[in-house]
Write a protein of this length. Structure first.
Length: 168
């Protein structure tokens, strides 16, 4: 079973949304002698395990690994749309990977594409992809709202004063 922390749980555990760099380095023999201590260190952040006979290993929470994999998958979709061939606009190409974008108004699709590209580049620069997942999820939620018939506030008639209504 894969356990993936949501953003709020990650913030509660780490106090931030970004994934921590290598927190500690230990020898492989330390792992053999005191695996509980090394595992406890891995709960605080990735631990590099050095070996005499091979490349170092990294021990980290599976949730961090899964978040990074999901972030890379999202980033690859944004990049694939950005470098696509043809005269299509970037937002239209991105919509091929995220079909829900068709529910956004035209200016919303442009804004979504621009923001996702900016966030993807920023995430790639620091190797932290959770903010990209959050941005995609927020835009998808916005598209779902439009698909359900909810538009911007200016489309609603707001009452100047509260009006009592009878219970149905």
């Amino acid at each position: 079973m894969t356990l993936v922390l949501d953003s709020s749980e990650h913030i509660l555990n780490y106090g931030t949304m970004d994934v921590r760099p290598i927190a500690q380095t230990v020898r492989f023999s330390d792992l053999s002698r005191d695996s509980k201590k090394v595992a406890a260190a891995a709960d605080q952040g990735p631990v590099m395990i050095t070996r005499r006979d091979g490349e170092p290993l990294v021990l980290q929470r599976q949730s961090v690994y899964e978040q990074n994999r999901a972030g890379l998958a999202l980033a690859s979709q944004v990049i694939a749309a950005a470098v696509g061939e043809g005269a299509e606009a970037f937002a239209e190409r991105l919509g091929q990977y995220f079909p829900w974008m068709s529910f956004l108004p035209s200016d919303g699709r442009q804004q979504c594409a621009s923001e996702l590209a900016e966030v993807a580049r920023a995430c790639a620069s620091v190797s932290v992809f959770e903010p990209l997942e959050v941005a995609v999820s927020a835009w998808q939620s916005t598209a779902e709202a439009y698909a359900s018939g909810h538009g911007p506030d200016r489309e609603y008639d707001w009452l100047d004063e509260p009006t009592a209504v009878e219970r149905p």
